[in-house]
Structures are given as structure tokens and as C-alpha cells.
Design a protein around this ligand. Sequence first.
Ligand code: MN
Length: 483
Amino acid sequence: MNNLTIEDLLNLVRAYEPTKINIVEQAYKFADLLHSGQLRQSGEPYIIHPLNVACTLAEMHADIDTICAGLLHDTLEDTKVTKEEIIETFNGDVATLVDGVTKISKINFSTRDDEDLANTRKIITSITTDVRIIIIKLADRLHNMRTLQYKKKEKQQENALETLEIFVPLAHYIGAHRIKMELEDLSLQYLRPDAYKSIEEKRSLIEEENTEYLFNMRNTINNILNENSIENWIKICIKNIYGIYKDLENDYNLSSIHDLLALKIAVANTENCYRSLGLIHSKYHPVNELFKDYICNPKNNMYQSLHTTVFGEANKLIQLQIRDYDMDRVASFGLATYWYINGCDAREVMQKKLTEKCQFFKTLSEINSVFANNQDFVNQIKSELFSNRIYVYNTGGIAIELPKNSTPIDFAYKLSTNNGNHLVAAIVNDKYVPLNYSLSDNDRVEIQCNDLSRPTSEWLDVVQTTKAKRLIKEYLKEMKSYS
Ligand code: MN
């Protein structure tokens, strides 16, 4: 696959934008000329890298500006070209995208750490200006990780860690699930080579032992659905290596991982998802606690699907994911799906979905406005957004995403400033709890407010979220100025 040529890229783009092939060809020639003489560490001509990045983008049906930016993404950083020349030769959007993925010039920093932190912040916050920047950056990182074997050992470790800490969470939040899983596995391969190898071996054994079993189950379900005139296709799936690694780390053993073996079932519409679920449950017994309705309660990265784990033949646990065709694309590509659905208008749709549907976006903006120092910003993003998150439910059954160890105070402020400032009591799963109670996944949270109730400075010691902390401080400051 590293022998990609410009023809491969043109063929990918021709399939959905046949009239704009010449622009892509022009961008390729432009980048090729600028990078001429430069080699990758693998010894190949440099252009092979931007070409791979552009192909990953074309596989997602990216718009032409994004494809051009993919081809040009390293030119501002590594060649003599200027932003103005890119504007003149292409357009302002292409230049903005390329600028977005370009590192800030070294001369602005006194240490390497300062430089890295500023660039990390630039990448993370670029999502607020144009989400396409992140998608290009992910395609870039994907190819760099795929070819990491040519780098020095220290660089491998550094890049793999950064990928796991920064790029995997970003891929998660924009729903780029396929890229996320590949990045996870590649990172683990370099960070924990022994664990990677051992799980890889176990996984191929599992695959060998279960493939026929899964095929049979697939056929059975396929027949049941066909008999009921539900058009469908079903894919067989085994959990990725990093996913298994995380489960084992959390003290599961291989046979207790309920989603190790899965069937992904796609049907034409939502109604057929629920009909299929009923038909499948009457054939295979479900495990009640493991049923999830992410169609009515979508995940915060817009993922929608029904999840159920059933006892298959011989009482093997099999996870079934049931969704419609559009949801299935979102499950693989997240926001990038809108390129496929909306074509050239996709950019606005993506940005709108992100600002309106993703709680992630609001939290990121909050952290960005509160923390001026880059080190503080990156630390807070890592602890509040990129580490373990929990989902709790409000009284209306809506899922609210919070960092681990969040309290009812964080929950109340997440709902609104007023709820936080007048919070007096909290009820979790029908029982009163103290306000410093540490919430867990799936808790049902109800808060009680009273006009006379006020935040106290002790709250600052227990809250986890930037928003709660800022609003409490603001309130206490205001009180002081009155007294
Ligand atoms: Mn690059």
C-alpha cells in the first residue's frame, strides 16, 4: 500500500468529484515540485507521505479543498512556499487548512517543551475554527504511525505516546472510529511490544476458533430478517488489540469480555432496527444489563446504535450492534460522514453538529478561555476531557458526560449556572447523597435547588470541571465585593 501513485488518488476522487480531478493533479504537481529532493526516513521521495494522507482523506470523500490541503500539508513547514502563494495558486480555504496543520515557527520559543505545548494547544483548539484541520491532522498522524518503523527508537516512543494521549481522544470525539482503532493498535505496538504480541497471538487464535461459529450465527440472523422482509447486511467483528488490552488491564479475563465477538447488523431505517432487535431476542436470550439504546440516547460523538449481548449457540456471549445504514457510516467515520452525505456543503454541517451536539466542544472552549498558560491548558484537557469519562443521566434520561470523580456540584453547573449556584441537595439512584459524592457511570442524578442556598469555598476542593470551578470562583468574588 506504500506504492500508492497519483493515479490511485485521482481514481478515488473521480468516484465522487469527477469534474475536479485537474485541481487535485495540479496540487500534486505543486507539492511534488516543492518537496523535490527531500526524502523520508524510509528513503522514499517525500511526496509519498502527502499522497498517502490525501488518499486517506479521499477514502472519506473529503471535499477538494481538503484533498489539496492534504497534498500540501507539509509545504509551509518544510519548503520555501508562503501562505500567500498558496492563496494565489489555490484559495484562502486551502491556505487556512494548511496553515492549521503547520507547526508554529521554532523562533517563537526558548525551549522544546514550550514549543511542543504550544503546538499541542494549536492542534486541539483548531477544532473550534475548522474541524477539517483535525481530520487532516489525523490522516497525517495515521500515515506517520504506519511508517514509524523507520524512526529512531526514542522518537517512536514519543510519537506513540502522543498519539495515544492526544490524537486517539480527538479521533474519538469527532467519531473517527476506524482511524482511532488503527492509531490505538499502532501506539500499543511501540509502547508495549510484549503485551501487543501476546494479545495479537491470542486474538488470532480466537479468530480461528470462532470464525465459522460467527458465520453460522450471521446466516441464521440473516435468514430470520429476510423472512421478515428486513433488508440487511451483517459484518463479523472481533475487538481490536488495544480494546482487549484495556479490558485485560481492568481485570477482565478473555472469556468475560462481552464484546470480544460481535456482529454488526445494518438495516434500512430506525424502525427496522427495533424490529430486528425483537426478532433476534426471541431467538437468542439477551443479557438484560448489557442492553444499550444509543439510538434514542446517542453517544456524545453522535454514535448511534442498539447494543445487545446475547447467548449464542453453546452459550457463547456475542455482542450485536444494530443500526441503519447512515448510522453505520457515522460509526466508522463520525463527522467525516457528512462529506459523504452533504458533499461540498459538508463543512458547515460538520461545524454545526460539533457545536450543537457535542458536549466536548463546550468543555474545550471553556478550558481554552480559562487557561492562558499552555502547560495548564494541556494538563486540564488531559485530565478533564482526554482521560476516563463517565456518563450519568438527568431526570429526563439524557446522558451527561463528565470527567471521572465528578460530583453532583459539577453535574448541577453542567446543567446551568443557576442550578449550581442554588444547589442544596442531590439524589443519586433514588437516595440522598452528600454534595461531594463521587458519581459513577450510569448514575441517575437529580438535584434540588433553593433560592437561599449558596456555593461555598469548600466546593472548590471537590469539583472536577473547569466550568464549575470558574462559576464558583466568580460567585464568591461577587459576594466579597458586596460585603
Ligand atoms: Mn505530515
